[in-house]
Design a protein. Structure first.
Ligand code: FES
Length: 482
């Protein structure tokens, strides 16, 4: 299952180690997650539902709980974001939540001026900006920083400053190096699980494997927790082998493991089209791409590339069923009528062993919602988002947001929003001399990204979010949306 040859990526495997899966000794490499090591060993079923249905992995980024297993005696570990270690004991999850294994856990208290939650493009750029002025702590639940950028092998559009013409993985690398060079404090493998207002801002966070509970006191917090994949309703959507697009990218592009032999991609937006090409680059087949809309949603250039490779794209089609005993063995797709119903008799049976769902993202606002910041459902933003002003501050003083959490967009806009949030947040603690100048520069970069036809949805979303903020706060708005 491991990818040995790739046109773009080189997989440098680290030290060979061994771990135990349900008593069986398996090989892995240091630095990879438990889930990717299991996949590389051909294990796709990670646990079972109460009714005994097989469960695999879906999102690959710690957002869906589909990959929970018992690790070194601790139940409910998200194996997709937990690094495998020498001698680790990995078992099917307990059906009941029993002993959490924290009897000998440590509590560590940390204080900082600004805490940034999430080390994707928005969080990293926030932390870098903040570090120019005040003390910052960056927290992420993944073993690697970089968020979704670390799996993006395609080159970005836009302005040079935000990495146009550069691959996402290279942008992530640059940001990571800067975090290291600036010696920004970083907690990895650490999930923020609670926010409390104790007269000061307080976060509790946990590193499950090392059994550490962090109590973090901060003057201000920037949330940059990104987004999660949307799911589709169809029969068999819980079978191992049904993945979110990002899950497949993680397996292939981060850990160099093939998701299967041949897949079907659901969704012909940019993510679905780019993913199809990446699957082919990994030496894996793509049976077809299906799209419920009349037209392909992504850029022509991406669609042309996959078509040239012989991948058919069926518009006005959706998935009716994924079938298989313990994992995906094939799917049934069918055409849709004007009422979005399947047309009887149009079904096609497609041979495949995995399905990638690429039907959009939803902002991950669960932890943010604990702060009491006003959250509204805004369709154009992709779901529930916090109202915020031009400086990315929410209706809760001292709580800022940036990136996909505040509206589903590109990594480039997430980076700029991160800078704005970082700048404004730091300025609220210590006045920055050239604040206005920098703010104007970042805002105009954002405006350029959101120009034209493809920026229309983002402009509408931000207009609703910012005008909603002023309405809620009963304040007069002085500027338009940048
Ligand atoms: S949380 Fe691990 S696959 Fe989603």
């Amino acid at each position: 299952m491991r990818i040995e040859e790739h046109p773009i990526l080189k997989f440098k495997r680290e030290k060979e180690i061994y771990f135990y899966y349900n008593g069986k000794k398996l090989k892995a490499y240091e630095g990879e997650t438990i889930a990717s090591a299991l996949y590389a060993n051909g294990v796709k079923v990670f646990s079972r539902s109460k009714k005994g249905r097989a469960r695999g992995f879906f999102c690959g980024i710690g957002k869906c709980s589909s990959c929970l297993m018992k690790v070194d005696g601790i139940p409910n570990i998200r194996t997709c974001i937990t690094p495998v270690r020498e001698g680790m004991i990995v078992e099917d999850n307990d059906k009941e939540i029993s002993n959490l294994g924290y009897e000998n856990g440590k509590v560590k208290k940390i204080s900082c001026e600004i805490a940034v939650v999430g080390a994707g493009p928005a969080g990293m750029s926030s932390a870098i900006e903040v570090s120019n002025y005040v003390d910052v702590l960056l927290i992420d639940e993944n073993p690697h920083v970089g968020g979704q950028l670390i799996k993006q092998t395609h080159k970005f559009f836009g302005s040079k400053e935000e990495g146009a013409g550069t691959r996402g993985i290279e942008i992530a690398n640059e940001l990571r190096k800067e975090i290291e060079e600036r010696r920004i404090r970083l907690l990895r493998n650490t999930s923020v699980i609670g926010y409390y207002d104790r007269g000061y801002k307080f976060l509790s966070a946990v590193n499950k494997l090392d059994k550490i509970l962090y109590e973090i006191e901060a003057k201000r917090i920037i949330f940059a927790t990104g987004a999660q994949e949307n799911m589709l309703l169809f029969e068999g959507n819980d079978l191992p082998g049904v993945y979110g697009a990002g899950g497949v990218q993680t397996l292939m592009n981060v850990y160099g493991v093939r998701p299967g032999k041949k897949g079907v991609i659901v969704g012909a937006g940019n993510v679905g089209l780019i993913l199809a090409y990446q699957v082919l680059q990994a030496g894996v087949g793509v049976a077809c791409i299906i799209e419920a809309m009349d037209k392909i949603g992504g850029y022509f250039v991406h669609a042309a590339k996959v078509r040239r490779c012989g991948v058919p794209i069926y518009t006005r089609h959706s998935i009716k069923e994924a079938y298989g005993r313990e994992e995906v063995e094939g799917v049934i797709i069918a055409e849709l009528n004007d009422k979005w119903e399947f047309i009887e008799g149009s079904e096609k049976k497609i041979d495949c062993d995995f399905v990638c769902i690429a039907v959009g993202l939803t902002p991950s606002s669960r932890i943010l919602s604990q702060t009491g910041a006003e959250i509204r459902f805004i369709n154009e933003a992709g779901g529930w988002v916090a109202l915020h002003n031009e400086y990315m501050e929410t209706t809760k003083e001292g709580i800022y947001v940036a990136g996909d959490l505040s509206n589903i967009e590109e990594a480039s806009t997430a980076i700029i929003e991160g800078k704005i949030a970082g700048l404004a947040c730091a300025n609220s603690i210590r006045k920055i001399d050239d604040f206005e100048e920098k703010f104007k520069k970042y805002s105009s970069q954002l405006r350029i990204f959101r120009e034209g036809y493809f920026g229309e949805r983002a402009r509408k979303a931000k207009e609703k979010i910012i005008s909603g903020y002023y309405e809620k706060m009963g304040k007069r708005r002085v500027s338009g949306v940048e």
